[in-house]
Structure formats: C-alpha cells, structure tokens
Write a protein that binds this ligand. Structure first.
Ligand code: NIG
Ligand code: FE
Length: 423
C-alpha cells in the first residue's frame, strides 16, 4: 500500500505525492487523434504538488517540488504508477431494479433487440425506475459512485433515460444534481428521453420527438438539469430523420450533442453525428467507412464501449481503423447499465481495449482520460496531469501502463485522489 502522513490535522490544502516510479499522462486539453492518441508524457521518479485541489508543480528524477514538512499531507507512492484520475464518459448509472432475468433468454439465443421489441429490456427498467423514489435512486446511485471511485474514476458522465416522461426524467436528473453536490465524484449529466419507444408511442415516434422538443428539452434547459442530450438511433428505436430533428432542436437550445449510433444496426447514426458536429458518438460497433469519415470531418469523438460488445457477444468497434486510417479521437467508457453492460469497471474496459481493440497502453490511457474528458466538455479541467489542472490522480498497484492493461479481474487502484484529497 502507498503510505502517507499528515503534517497538520486540519483540512488538507497542500498535498505532495512523492516516489512515483512512473508518472504517465497525455498532455493538452484537446481530443487526441491519430498518432497523438498514443503520445503520453512519461516521467520517472516523479513527484506532484497540489494546492487547494489544483496541480501546482510536477518534478522528476528524484527532485521534490517542495519540502515535505511544508505540506499538509505527504503520500509515498512507493515506486508505483500514477496516472490522471480516470474519466468515465458514458453511463446509464441511475435505474431501478436489475435485469438478470434476461440472461437465460440471451443464452437461448434471444438478441438485445428481440428482448426490447417483446416489451422487455429498457421497457422493464423504465417500469422499475418509475416505481423507485428519489431517496431509493439516490442511495443506489451513490453506491455505484463509491464503487466507481474505488476503481479509479474521478469524473463521470450519467444519462437519464429510464424515466421517459418529463416527471420521471426530471426525478433522475435531480438525483444526479444532488449527488454531484454531495459526492466527491464530478458528475456530468446527459438528458436522454429518446432512449426507447414505449408502447403508447409505437408508430407515433414523431409525436414523441415533438414532445421532447417542445416540452421536455425546454424544461430541462431552463432548470439547468443537464449539459448534454442523447438519443438511441437504432433499428426499432429512432430513425435518422427523427434523430436529426431532435438533435438540431437540442443544439439550438444550447445542449451538447451525443448519439447512440451503430450499436446493433448501421442505420446512419455515426454519419449523422459527424454532420451535426456532435461532441461524441457512442458504441459504433458496426460503424462503416462513411460514418468514420463523417465523424473525422465533424470533429466527433468516438465513445467506444468494449464491455458492451463483450456482454452482448457482439463484434468489437474497428478502433484501429478509426485511429490509423480516419484520425477519429477514440475514448473508451463502460456504458454501465442494467441490460447491455452491468459492470462499471473501467479497468476491465482497458483490458478489452488492449486485447480486443489492439490499442497500445498509451492510446488506452488517452482513451480513458483526456478524450472522454473532452467528450463531456471537461478537457480544460481534468484528464491530464498538468500544472493548473484539477488534482485528480490514481496510484496503481502496477509499475507501468503495460501491467495495468495486462492484469484483469482485480482492482489495481491503490489510492484515489480527488481535488487533492484522498478518497
Ligand atoms: O447503451 N443502447 C441503449 N442504451 C444502453 C442499454 C440500456 C439498457 O439495456 O438498459 C446501451 O447499451
Ligand atoms: Fe449507452
């Protein structure tokens, strides 16, 4: 274990992390693409000083940025790897119930969309989420945030999308807002009423999109309940024309744009994302060349979700081609949700990035730090270890990124530091 001591007993203002065997971080506050995706700064025998939650100085080669006795707290990283706190760029972390009952159906051959079309899947979670109270959802989601942070995540995106009507969607967004105030995790909220077509709206999808545009989005905007908007553009859910109309209205109201695209069928979601200059397009399992070219042109970040591919038994997004041939900036996230990915472990996502996407450890670090940070509009604040950025770090039980990407199934986060304080 990394060891630490206090020089003062009151609140920690200055924190020194010393004896960092390897400090590794991307550099710069922009989305890293192409060759840049694999460029990390590596410092050996390093130390970091933070003051009031902000990075003040970084040193290497055994030098210290200050005297130990001048700091409120000193942590000895004992030669281990230190990276920026991980940024989780895509979750559906707020929901009622679970869906373990779907597994036997899956094992008998039912596909994700088969279960959805038969009224299960997201429909089922909507029912359970509507039944859950504010307090129940708060407690459950707080538990997930604790678990995520213990695994090295210090900033996370969270989508609504299991309420579907205004009252229930607002309930979810208000829980997230309160958790953002109460919990050390920085939470960025995404409004996603267009996550499923409920029975009442089957065949009347355009009416539902009108409702989102005319009633729901303005309310969420006026009450400052979410920064981003998202839509499930998919066969049997919302088509490209409906998605375009929804996203354009959201853009006009000042929301950042996200889109679940090309998860199961390539119906043109990623192409649309690029055309609309969406901040990110998510999933992209079955993306084609046209989609990748459009995203590269529109500056859209690929928020890839390999644990969902794993859990759906699907193929894996063509990430090497995104990086090498198209220069699309690649982020990786968990997609934590009760259906297609009931895991919030971003370390496992990193393992899959290594083995299934064939990314390098450097590209992987970029994909779970600065690129998702840019994907949730936090690139100026988090996602790298640089002077002036928020002091969010992880000390790993590993000497380097290679080890972190190679070992799986254990939690290798030894210490998580959020805004200059141990959590
Ligand atoms: O990203 N695809 C849509 N939404 C989630 C799944 C949600 C669920 O199955 O509950 C996803 O995979
Ligand atoms: Fe998702």
């Amino acid at each position: 274990m990394a060891t630490y001591h206090f020089n003062k007993e009151d609140q920690v203002s200055t924190l020194l992390i010393k004896n960092i065997g390897r400090l590794q971080t991307p550099v710069g506050s922009f989305p890293h693409k192409g060759e840049k995706q694999g460029e990390n700064l590596k410092l050996d025998n390093a130390a970091i000083l933070s003051e009031d939650g902000v990075i003040k100085a970084i040193t290497s080669d055994g030098k210290l940025p200050c005297k130990e006795e001048d700091c409120d707290m000193v942590i000895d990283a004992e030669g281990n790897l230190v990276t920026p706190g991980l940024v989780e760029g895509h979750t559906h972390m707020i929901f009622g119930g679970y869906r373990q009952n779907e597994i036997p159906l899956k094992l008998k051959g039912a596909g994700y969309l088969d279960i959805l079309r038969a009224g299960g899947g997201i429909n089922d979670t909507v029912k359970k989420t509507r039944e859950a109270t504010f307090e129940e959802l708060y407690d459950k989601t707080e538990g997930f945030l604790d678990e995520m942070m213990g695994l090295g995540v210090t900033t996370a995106e969270a989508k609504s999308g299991y309420g579907i009507d205004l009252e229930n969607e607002v309930k979810l967004l208000k829980v997230l807002k309160k958790l953002n105030e109460d919990h050390p995790m920085d939470i960025v909220s995404t409004f996603m009423p267009a996550h499923v077509v409920l029975e009442d709206y089957k065949g009347k999808e355009d009416e539902f999109i009108d409702l989102c545009i005319n009633e729901m989005m303005p309310y969420v905007k006026e009450n400052d309940l979410a920064e981003f908007i998202d839509i499930f553009t998919e066969d049997s859910v919302f088509n490209v024309d409906q998605s375009r109309r929804y996203l354009q209205a959201a853009k006009d109201m000042g929301f950042g744009l996200k889109i679940h695209a090309d998860e199961i069928e390539a119906i043109g979601g990623s192409k649309l994302a690029g055309e609309m200059e969406a901040t990110s397009a998510e999933h992209l399992i079955v993306i084609n060349d046209e989609g990748m070219a459009s995203m590269a042109k529109g500056g859209t970040i690929a928020m890839t979700l390999p644990a969902t591919s794993f859990y759906l038994g699907a193929t894996f997004a063509p990430v090497r081609r995104m990086i090498d041939e198209f220069g699309v900036p690649v982020a990786m996230a968990s997609d934590f949700n009760p259906g297609s990915c009931p895991s919030l472990n971003l370390q496992f996502v990193m393992n899959l990035g290594y083995l299934k996407y064939k990314m390098t450890p450097e590209e992987i670090l970029t994909a779970v730090t600065i690129n998702p940070a840019c994907g949730i509009n936090r690139g100026e604040k988090v996602g790298t270890i640089e002077v002036g950025k928020q002091a969010d770090f992880v000390i790993w039980d590993a000497p380097n990124m290679e080890m972190l990407c190679y070992r799986f199934g254990s939690n290798l986060a030894l210490q998580v530091i959020k805004k200059g304080e141990l959590v």
